[in-house]
Design a protein around this ligand. Sequence first.
Ligand code: HEC
Length: 223
Amino acid sequence: MAKENLSVWTSIPFWRRSAAWVTGFAVILLIWLTFDTMGQISMGTDEDLKNGVDKRVPAATVINYNIDYQMSKKRGHEVPVIGKKEPFFGKEWSGEEAAALLHLGKLTSQAKNCMNCHTLLGNGAYYAPDLTKAWIDPMWKDGGPMQGMTGKSTKEEAMAEFLMNPSQYPTHARMMPNLGITADEAKGLVAFLKHMSSIDTNGFPRNFSKTVEQFKAGGTNAH
Ligand code: HEC
């Protein structure tokens, strides 16, 4: 039988060549996607914040600014909006101080295993409320229940007080246990949560705004 009459689908060289092309294409695509992702997730700088340049992950010094969450018609979901400067624990934090505080918060969140109960940026458990946007949760704002309950007059102080003594301020049927968090660690954690709320997560968690609306309509908690 003449070889040329065989179908291309049974030709070994054809499959070898196809495999080489597909592998080559996938490698190039993955390299491109890696660089694209690195660009998207690398942290912005303090200069970006001063110049109003939007970065998906803003610099640590974003803790010196007000952070709001607003519907973007164009994108079809909510996006963090970095507003005017506001004191954080009574002062403005330099780049180095803010980075160190955030680092302490991150280490504490790992040491105390917040993810064992909560979700952070999509990772973790669903036993307790999602913490990705906890900073923007209206229960912490001026005039909200948490400042009243803790007897503190700022969001950050109320949150730090809650984190040090959660079982004193139960707001859910489930209670957060005391984890032995020190005052410094609590400050770090609040900075960590405030920074996290400023990250553009493409609208994650999805139901956040809806629960916030329910809260405004008279519910007791945004979750
Ligand atoms: C053993 C489970 C558990 C662990 C571990 C835990 N939490 Fe919680 N947390 C809860 C529960 C349950 C609630 C809801 C109870 C409440 O609000 O009174 C809660 C509530 C919260 C809230 C308020 C929710 C909101 O939307 O504002 C914050 C903030 C918070 N936790 C932060 C943390 C941080 C930071 C850590 C790690 C240092 C942590 N939690 C570790 C169970 C846990």
